[in-house]
Design a protein around this ligand. Structure first.
Ligand code: HPA
Length: 275
């Protein structure tokens, strides 16, 4: 960890305020970063390497909406074969750099029947169905407690802020619960019925490990899902990764404006929202 932080700190000229994880098909947002410093994962000591198509695999550090950010262009997934400690290592790096805000985006399948392809959903809670937890093992007391509270895993202040930004921009957004599964196979229709019954609005194969570790380290988290497809069995159509990428691309412009607006507000330090 020390080596990793030194490697990054030696090269950055700014102090990032927000950590941003860009999911499937959304990585291009990192291209808008001004004065960017690109650090390919493969060059960063102790970093895992991303293997999924559509994920570039680098940190991009610079400014978005004039706010210093550290962006993960491409993330790591459990189904790639890494353990959850590896997957969440970048969150620890963010914490080591003093970053207090995390924005995570992902592609997800829509379970809530009032959603449709292209719905943008703010995550207001999650259900961890990965069967494991990134905090298993010796507790890193310098980051947080053995048994961290998860009552507000997704900051209600950031949710309000995001809703206000969306309203101003006239972008329709929804709110809901994200269920995390391991993948890589998509769910069966029976599994989707089960997930709906237990209260999930969307399902995906990422985000939850990072959010658990972010909460352990007292970061404020905002999670945004792009509903790239309705989940298995909802329409009867078969699911493909190509469809996921295509929808993500269609939603990108709205998501881009939304994210820039949110980042700007967080950067200003919105006193009324308590941020
Ligand atoms: N299921 C799981 N993960 C996903 C989906 C889905 O339908 N769509 C995008 N990521």
């Amino acid at each position: 960890m020390k080596v990793t932080l030194e490697y990054i700190q030696k090269q950055i000229k700014i102090k990032p305020k927000i950590g941003l994880i860009l999911g499937s098909g959304l990585g291009v947002l990192a291209e808008e970063i001004t004065d960017p410093l690109f650090l390919p994962y493969k060059d960063i000591p102790n970093f895992p390497e991303s293997t999924v198509e559509g994920h570039a695999g680098q940190l991009v550090i610079g400014k978005l909406a004039d706010v210093p950010v550290l962006t993960m262009q491409g993330r790591f997934h459990y189904y790639e074969g890494y353990n959850l400690q590896k997957i969440t290592f970048p969150i620890r790096v963010m914490q080591g750099l003093g970053i207090k805000f995390l924005i995570v985006t992902n592609a997800a399948g829509g379970i809530n029947l009032s959603f449709s392809e292209g719905t943008i959903m703010l995550i207001n809670d999650h259900i961890n169905l990965m069967g494991t937890n990134p905090l298993i093992g010796k507790n890193l007391a310098e980051f947080g407690p053995r048994f961290p509270d998860m009552t507000e895993a997704y900051s209600s202040k950031l949710i309000s802020l995001a809703k206000n930004v969306a309203k101003k921009l006239n972008i329709e957004i929804r709110e809901g619960i994200y269920a995390a599964v391991t993948g890589p196979s998509y769910e069966t229709p029976a599994e989707i019925k089960y997930l709906r019954t237990i209260g999930a609005d969307a399902v995906g194969m990422s985000t939850v490990p990072e959010v658990i570790v972010a909460n352990h380290g007292s970061m404020s988290v905002l999670g945004i899902s792009c509903i790239t497809n309705m989940a298995a069995g909802v329409t009867g159509k078969k699911l493909t990764h190509d469809e996921v990428m295509e929808t993500a691309e269609k939603v990108r412009e709205n998501l881009r404006s939304l994210l820039l607006g949110i980042i700007k507000e967080i950067g200003v330090g919105n006193e009324n929202a308590g941020i």
